[in-house]
Design a protein around this ligand. Structure first.
Ligand code: PNS
Length: 166
């Protein structure tokens, strides 16, 4: 039976750390679904449509990477898609406690689903979507930390918000 994995998250925005984990997952599993959580944050910087568009564009040459959205319980979505695995990235020990809690809760909710933790390449271990947004909004360089398309969109958003503020 082909192994289908779900990589869930907010992806606001997609970072090169996410891209690294998705690429590793695409090599390890027959198919990986990047599942973007609807309404994770009340005011996301990137709309759901943008996040889907960006992720699809970045993985357009990877036929076994699918991009989808979900709401409600993750385990229900995974079951509905008939997937067997949840993929989560572990960057540092600080991620571990929350990830461990989530994995055990998901295991309790549905023991048939297995969480697999994957580590990104070392150069991505300090990147998070939250830090990218903060650094960029304060004028810092994020080149090389996010896909080019995300950097362009960040620039457009900044230009739009500064022209509104004027
Ligand atoms: O990118 P994030 O914010 O780290 O992703 C968190 C996510 C989407 C994996 C988590 O919040 C989630 O699974 N939400 C769906 C609701 C759910 O199932 N909650 C119980 C998790 S134990």
């Amino acid at each position: 039976m082909p192994t289908l994995a779900v990589y869930p998250g907010s992806f606001d925005p997609l970072t090169n750390g996410h891209v690294d984990i998705i690429s590793r997952g695409a090599r390890l599993f027959d198919r990986i679904i990047v599942a973007i959580l609807v309404n994770a944050e009340k005011a996301p910087l990137f709309s759901m449509d943008e996040r889907v568009e960006i992720t699809r564009a970045v993985f357009r040459d990877h036929p076994n990477v699918e991009v989808d959205t979900f709401d409600g319980l993750l385990v229900d979505y995974v079951e509905r898609r008939r997937a067997q695995v949840i993929v989560r990235g572990l960057r540092a020990v600080s991620d571990f406690e929350f990830e461990y809690q989530m994995a055990l809760m998901n295991q309790r909710l549905n023991p048939r689903i297995q969480t697999v933790f994957m580590m990104p390449a070392e150069q991505y271990t300090y990147i998070s979507s939250r830090l990218i947004k903060e650094v960029f909004s304060l004028g810092g360089r994020v080149h090389g930390l996010v896909p080019d398309m995300v950097e362009t969109r960040l620039r457009e958003k900044l230009a739009k918000s500064s022209s509104v503020a004027r």
